[in-house]
Design a protein. Structure first.
Lengths: 438, 358
């Protein structure tokens, strides 16, 4: 009897499997995998971003039937921000996928050298190596619209009121995650500290200490820095804000990078964190036509996974996810038009990402007004350098509080060039494209 | 029937103590070796190499190293991940200082660095035992990972603080780095692992292995019969850390291609420890079975929804995966607390007697 039951169950399971495996409708589509993380210690920041990416792609499919009639196959592969799973996902998706969105500096590190061999573009908007800007060296990697070094330079401009020389004699603490991501801006800050005569105080936060930063904030209290800059991620952001509130560090001297400006993290402290600023290359604009279309086609029809009661739709991160997908979809479209084909391959998408033109007109056409500053990429410049705004937490949401800031290229480009050269030398033989004109 | 031992007579002590007292064991091993050396490479695709075969071998090797220390010599250790890191960083430094060095030699040499570190952190084992020793090795874990983060010389002052593997050739074939083919890396790892396993089988069956086992079972008795405890324990730490070190070098150079310090943090130690415990402490085979369960099975389960077209999101699949693997671990430990290797032993004994159990 027991065996019979087992056999029946097994048969039922197999039958269910075959029924569900009915072949997908043959329609032109491109596979755009995303190495997402909706689980693990960074899930709280990952989920709104992934939701934004997913919803924009689904909206295009619903509203326009994809891009020029080609369905956008948005597929997630769960990594949990774990580099080991990242490799697994990369290997799993590279056969069909025409892009890699690694979503972690650790995973970017692993897939970056392989991009030349496998010939699949890496899209890492606003993260990854700053040196990826150099399109001659990093032919397959893209980090539009701004790099961490851009961000660091713009933060310095914002806190100095535009004149970096006024920072002379000041003390600036850099509270950063002790991880490749958090260490990324240090070379630029060090260079600026030397040039403009301020003291840089890097304060690393280990992955295990993210939620308990009492030691770091004790150091901040003792050192009394004029500014605390934060390169935090996941649980670290909320931890830092809570500690800052506890130690009564003045919020108007506390500035974060774009990944540290997350509504979910700020909600924990609410009113008390009022005045905290972050630099951001994206702004939430729930009234923008594209956002309204997402609301109409995806959110209101119940196809979205967002937390509507929590107001996730208006969050900076959700709408930034939308923008990231917009860049990718635009890359597909540009490639389609240039190569006069419908289903683009990885190599053609690379060309597309290299020729993104997000000017005012195009941004308006896409229905993303006021959400992203204009930028354009080129063969030699894989970042585009859109510039960014300062956003400030008012207790319930982030508001734009500055005009568009742009990074000082003279301070960054020489560093990029050395870093790219060093990388190519350390990973020799590394192919460098000589076709691009700077 | 398949395992019938009738007709296999032992006429000497040597024959009775042979590695394979039953002929079928040798055939089975031969079959597995053919599978590993011929069948898998011919059938596997790149995903299978990168996500299943190579990591299983590397994790099994790390667990083998730990098993020599914990399973054979009875010294608990929670520092495996850090010792793997020592091997990886040593190999990185050797290959960047001497770029023309053969990678096989570099990996072999890097094991000595982790062996030295292992012996240093094994010194407390002369005074403390059991859980207390585990805490001492935990100190090694924290200290070494901290060192990997802070000592910039180790990662050549790289701004990101991570190490990256350049393309490394051996006899004109790329074996490590982005240009290396997965099948080449698999064969490389397979050969190293096979070699070390062979060494481990011999050492654990011989004089040194018996010394370790006697220390494990009762160290005071072992001392009374004239065994030098210091030598025994430290040699176990040295051999174990050596194997763990080369597995760490393989881990980064032949599989991952890049590593940041926190990769070698305590979750890695636990993972290797789980493989060793679930596979079976005090056995060689168990490491492989454990690695298949802990490393390969989640990957296989993860691909099931896509192959059967079951429409669940990848994060849901991940949650289910964790639950299934957790359930399986508990099930196996209830069914056979001594690990999968013991489980196989029981099956084998039953097979030998089948179909006439007494």
């Amino acid at each position: 009897m027991k065996r019979l039951l087992k056999t029946t169950l097994l048969c039922a399971a197999l039958a269910a499997g075959t029924v569900l495996a009915a072949p997908a409708i043959a329609q032109d589509s491109v596979s755009l995998p995303n190495l997402s993380y909706r689980t693990g210690p960074f899930a709280s920041t990952g989920i709104p971003l992934m939701n934004g990416q997913r919803d924009y792609m689904m909206m295009l499919n619903e509203r326009d039937g994809g891009v020029n009639g080609v369905t956008l196959g948005y597929e997630e592969c769960e990594t949990g921000y774990n580099t080991e799973k990242g490799v697994e996902c990369y290997e799993k998706t590279k056969a069909t996928g025409i892009v890699t969105q690694p979503w972690s500096t650790g995973i970017t590190l692993q897939v970056l050298p392989k991009s030349n061999v496998d010939k699949i573009p890496i899209l890492a908007p606003g993260y990854g190596f700053s040196a990826m800007q150099d399109g001659k060296t990093f032919q397959w990697a893209f980090n539009p619209p701004a790099s961490y070094w851009d961000g660091a330079n713009m933060v310095l401009q914002a806190i100095s009121g535009g004149d970096l020389a006024s920072l002379s004699g000041k003390k600036i603490a850099l509270l950063h995650l002790d991880h490749p991501y958090g260490k990324e801006p240090i070379p630029l800050f060090e260079q600026a500290a030397e040039k403009h005569g301020f003291t840089l105080l890097p304060i690393p936060v280990g992955l295990k200490e993210m939620q308990n930063q009492s030691a770091q904030w004790l150091q901040i209290r003792r050192e009394r820095p004029d500014f605390v800059l934060m390169w935090g991620w996941g649980a670290m952001n909320a931890g830092a804000i809570t500690e800052a509130v506890k130690t009564k560090y003045p919020m108007n001297q506390f500035v974060g990078i774009w990944w540290s400006g997350h509504d979910g993290d700020m909600k924990v402290s609410g009113e008390a964190a009022k005045g905290y600023r972050a630099i951001s290359w994206s702004l939430p604009n729930s009234q923008a036509p594209a956002m309204q279309d997402i609301k109409k086609h995806i959110v209101d029809t119940g196809k979205s996974m967002i937390d509507q009661a929590g107001g996730e739709f208006d969050w900076v991160f959700y709408q930034r996810g939308v923008l990231i997908s917009a860049m990718l979809a635009e890359g597909v479209k540009v490639a389609q038009e240039h190569f006069d084909t419908k289903v683009v391959n990885a190599e053609q998408l690379r060309w597309g990402l290299e020729n993104l033109k997000f000017d005012e007109a195009r941004i308006a056409e896409l229905g993303l007004e006021g959400m992203i500053p204009p930028f354009s990429t080129s063969c030699a410049d894989h970042t585009g350098h859109s510039g960014a705004w300062m956003i400030e937490w008012d207790g319930t949401k982030f508001n734009k509080v500055s005009e568009l800031l742009t990074a000082d290229r003279a301070a960054i480009d020489p560093l990029v060039e050395t870093a790219a050269k060093d990388y190519a030398a350390a990973n020799a033989p590394w192919p460098v494209s000589e076709e691009c004109k700077m | 029937m398949l395992y019938r031992t009738a007709g296999q007579f032992k006429t000497s002590y040597e024959a009775d103590h042979a590695l394979f007292p039953v002929k079928q064991d040798a055939w089975l091993l031969g079959f597995i070796l053919v599978l590993a050396f011929v069948v898998f490479p011919m059938t596997a695709n790149e995903f299978a190499f990168k996500a299943l075969l190579t990591p299983v071998l590397i994790y099994a090797l790390a667990a083998l190293g730990l098993n020599i220390l914990t399973g054979y010599a009875g010294q608990l250790s929670l520092g495996t991940g850090a010792f793997m890191g020592v091997g990886a960083y040593a190999c990185y430094k050797l290959l960047t200082i001497f770029p023309e060095l053969n990678i096989l030699i570099a990996i072999g040499l890097s094991g000595f660095f982790s062996a030295a570190v292992g012996v240093a952190f094994g010194l407390p084992s002369l005074r403390i035992k059991g859980f207390y020793l585990a805490i001492a090795t935990l100190a090694a874990q924290f200290f070494l990972v901290w060192l990997f983060e802070k000592w910039a010389w180790l990662y050549n002052y790289n701004a990101s603080g991570a190490i990256q593997v350049p393309t490394i050739e051996m006899f004109g074939v790329a074996v490590a780095g982005p240009n290396a083919r997965a099948i080449v890396q698999y064969y490389f790892v397979l050969c190293v692992v096979a070699l070390v396993t062979c060494f481990a089988i011999n050492i654990t069956r011989g004089r040194i292995g018996r010394i370790w086992k006697s220390v494990r079972d009762m160290d005071i008795a072992a001392e009374l019969v004239g065994i030098n405890l210091m030598k025994a324990k430290l040699s176990a730490f040295a051999v174990s850390s050596y194997i763990v070190g080369i597995s760490g070098a393989l881990f980064v150079f032949l599989w991952r291609g890049a590593a940041e310090p926190n990769l070698f943090d305590i979750p890695l130690s636990f993972r290797v420890l789980f493989i060793a415990i679930i596979g079976g402490l005090g056995s060689i085979l168990g490491n492989y079975l454990g690695a298949i369960l802990i490393v390969a099975l989640p990957v296989i389960i993860g691909t099931l929804p896509a192959t059967f077209g079951i429409p669940i999101s990848s994060s849901m699949a991940e949650h289910l995966n964790t639950m299934i693997i957790g359930g399986l671990i508990i099930m196996f430990l209830i069914v056979e607390p001594h690990g999968l290797a013991r489980f196989w032993e029981i099956i084998r004994e039953k097979l030998i007697m089948w179909p006439f159990p007494h």
